[in-house]
Ligand binder design. Structure first.
Ligand SMILES: NC(=O)c1ccc[n+]([C@@H]2O[C@H](COP(=O)([O-])OP(=O)(O)OC[C@H]3O[C@@H](n4cnc5c(N)ncnc54)[C@H](O)[C@@H]3O)[C@@H](O)[C@H]2O)c1
Length: 321
């Protein structure tokens, strides 16, 4: 991508392989061009493998490769591979240098920025994690050519989130996106990345400003869990954004999110089912649960959530969108 010194992943990888002792963890669905002789581990990207077991497999790989702390780990994949490899890299010999090569739209505009790593536990999604910034992030948009539509939409939903939080101009560009008229994707990505980078720079350890990026994520994460991860991260965040804005209802936004497909009402989950994973939400500070919208943060007790959730589900089910 423009702004990077490399024109492709291959060019980056060739140079790194010549100058560093490195090991690559890559999404097993991909066939990245890794030079001969470079140690590599294919990793099946699933929320189930984004776990202690998955992290341990990566740690074992790094030890087997004999990597020193001064060497380098390269993570090539979507948010799952980046999160779990970042986690393993952050604790391997108290932290080994990480380079990130995001291969999904979501990982490009979100998961590769800000240094959050994480794994899932029986206590919930991303409940163990560290901060470990990649020293470099290499973006090769050619990876997106093989990305399924549903995964592309998932990333797009995070771009909507960033636009709604920080940039009416970016939101305006998204609304003009039609079949036959695709905005300059490179520009959209660069703008979204810059906005997220700025938020992370202001609040590197997620103690204040960065909390706004959790817009849509309280209900979103719960939906991911109760759906057994059959819904994509981005689609769940889209539901979550609509919930966080409720009782407000921005018709244009509703139209925008629905026109990409992927979300429909009524949601088949009970408020009680969703409440359970929300109890483990990292944003939670007391017995109630915190929600974040662009204009406000608010807290709901279970009875208040239950009432709002059923009302919201009902209104969206019968709304003519
Ligand atoms: N660390 C962060 O700041 C952060 C931010 C947002 C999301 N996340 C995490 O990221 C994860 C979601 O990331 P994701 O949406 O990238 O999911 P993912 O990594 O599971 O990738 C989605 C699917 O696309 C496949 N894939 C990856 N690259 C591909 C390519 N180029 N072509 C074809 N298929 C490809 C994967 O194998 C997988 O099946 C979640 O676990 C979420 O919690 C982390």
């Amino acid at each position: 991508m423009n702004g990077s010194k490399y024109t492709s992943f291959k060019e980056y990888m060739d140079e790194i392989a010549n100058s560093h002792q490195c090991a690559v963890v890559y999404d097993g669905k991909l066939v990245p061009e890794i030079p001969e002789g470079v140690e590599r581990l294919p990793f099946i990207a699933s929320e189930e493998n984004k776990s202690k077991k998955g992290a341990e497999a990566i740690e074992t790989f790094l030890f087997t490769c004999g990597l020193l702390r001064s060497d380098l780990v390269v993570a090539v994949g979507g948010g799952v591979v980046l999160d779990v490899t970042g986690f393993a890299a952050s604790i391997y010999k108290r932290g080994i240098t990480l380079h990130a090569v995001p291969t999904t739209l979501l990982a490009i505009v979100d998961a590769s920025i800000g240094g959050k790593t994480g794994i899932n536990t029986r206590w919930g999604k991303n409940t163990l994690g560290t901060f470990h910034l990649p020293e470099r992030t290499i973006i090769d948009l050619d990876f997106l050519k093989t990305l399924p539509d549903a995964e592309f939409r998932s990333g797009l939903m995070e771009i909507y989130k960033i636009a709604l939080l920080y940039s009416p101009a970016l939101y305006g560009i998204l609304t003009k996106w039609r079949p036959g008229f695709t905005p300059d994707l490179e520009y959209v990505i660069r703008t979204a990345r810059t906005l997220k980078e700025e938020a992370c720079r202001k609040d590197p350890f997620d103690r204040g400003e960065r909390g706004r990026l959790n817009f849509g994520h309280t209900l979103g994460h719960a939906l991911e869990e109760v759906s057994g991860y059959s819904l994509t991260h981005g689609d769940c965040i889209a539901y979550g954004m609509l919930f966080d804005l409720f009782p407000g209802k921005d018709e244009q936004l509703v139209h925008e999110l629905f026109r990409w497909g992927g979300i429909s009402f009524p949601l088949p989950f009970t408020a009680r089912e969703l409440w359970k994973p929300m109890q483990h939400d990292k944003k939670r500070t007391g017995s109630d649960v915190d929600f974040v919208s662009p204009s406000r943060s608010f807290t709901l007790s279970f009875p208040a959530f239950e009432k709002a959730y059923y009302e919201w589900n009902r209104i969206y089910t019968y709304s003519s969108v």
